[in-house]
Design a protein. Sequence first.
Length: 99
Amino acid sequence: MADVQRTSPVDPTRAAYVYMQVADHIAARITAGELRLGARLPGERDLAEEYGVAIGTARRAIQELRDRGLLVTLPAKGTFVAEQRPDGLGVDVGGSQRS
C-alpha cells in the first residue's frame, strides 16, 4: 500500500499562530462551500492528524471558530458548521438562536 503524503496548509515558520492558521483554513473551507452548513466536522484528534498539529492546537482552532460564530458544538453529538440566517443572526444546528 502506498503512503500518501498530504500537504498541510500550516506553516510553523509563519508569524501567525498555528491554531489561527488552522482556524483560518477551516473558515476558508466553510466559505468555499467545501464544508456545508450543518456539516459535522471530524473529531479533534482527526483534525489534529489532518493538519499535522497537536490536539491542543486543533482544540484551540475549534474554539476560535466557535468564537467567530462559524461552528457550534453539541455535547455528545459533535461539532458542526453553524447555520447563518440572512439577517446576520446565527442559528445553531440545534435550532436555538444566537445574537
